[in-house]
Design a protein around this ligand. Sequence first.
Ligand SMILES: NC(=O)c1ccc[n+]([C@@H]2O[C@H](COP(=O)([O-])OP(=O)(O)OC[C@H]3O[C@@H](n4cnc5c(N)ncnc54)[C@H](OP(=O)(O)O)[C@@H]3O)[C@@H](O)[C@H]2O)c1
Length: 270
Amino acid sequence: MTQKVAVLGTGKIGEALLSGMIRAGWAPADLLITARRPERAEELHTRYGVTPVTNTEAAKTADTLILTVKPQDMGTLLDELAPHVPADRLVISGAAGVPTSFYEERLAAGTPVVRVMTNTPALVDEAMSVISAGSHATEAHLAHTEEIFGAVGKTLRVPESQQDACTALSGSGPAYFFYLVEAMTDAGILLGLPRDKAHDLIVQSAIGAAVMLRDSGEHPVKLRENVTSPAGTTINAIRELENHGVRAALIAALEAARDRSRELASGNNA
Ligand SMILES: NC(=O)c1ccc[n+]([C@@H]2O[C@H](COP(=O)([O-])OP(=O)(O)OC[C@H]3O[C@@H](n4cnc5c(N)ncnc54)[C@H](OP(=O)(O)O)[C@@H]3O)[C@@H](O)[C@H]2O)c1
């Protein structure tokens, strides 16, 4: 039997997911989308051949609903959907920081909910998507969610209690690397290199390091030691990083991100 999947609130993340699913082999005819603006729905129809529907139609007809509106729009969307979603439909939330209990309280009793925190590399099929089951989600629901988000990168299952920590690591993670590249490019300029050349040197070094980390099976300490020769250049740089407390700063930064994720999850949007 064909499974229909609907993406509700197809913005940047929803579109990245939709396009990844089509590249991974989903038939556009089995994909429904909803958008707030008709011109956005039409754009997605033209670009991907998917069928625009209303939120209510999606709720009634899709086997799996993927909700990718902003967290602050989720309450309104659920109010609209709740009377129409049969309790055997899988509801996947892509909204940062919204707990599965938020959905379970608003949808029919027993509705399976899976929470996913992905990240912006979903746009280039290199996402890290962290998946947690709500109270009524089964192994089959988790596997189906992995299949969908596997179209745009890697997936990892964690208990929902670890979602805030994962938001700090991988949800916000790309931003830390962008920040590092920005700072290292500034250093290149200080050392007399043109900005574009400094940028290329740092970005390619980042890609090389990332592929080695992923593919070599080596611990990061070993990989760093391999480029840290006695009385060499790298150890001089490492000493400065230690002197400036960069390791401690990173630990504190990620702890702060985790704390903010907790605050947002408890409804403090200030
Ligand atoms: N971007 C990220 O870095 C990132 C990373 C991980 C997770 N997320 C999560 O992914 C979700 C989407 O983020 P995004 O960056 O893709 O946001 P986005 O581009 O603003 O996409 C959300 C879309 O939902 C539409 N929308 C809002 N209410 C709607 C409704 N009632 N019915 C139908 N469509 C509706 C919006 O329409 P309009 O265009 O008219 O506003 C918008 O196109 C968020 O919950 C976020 O927490 C984002």
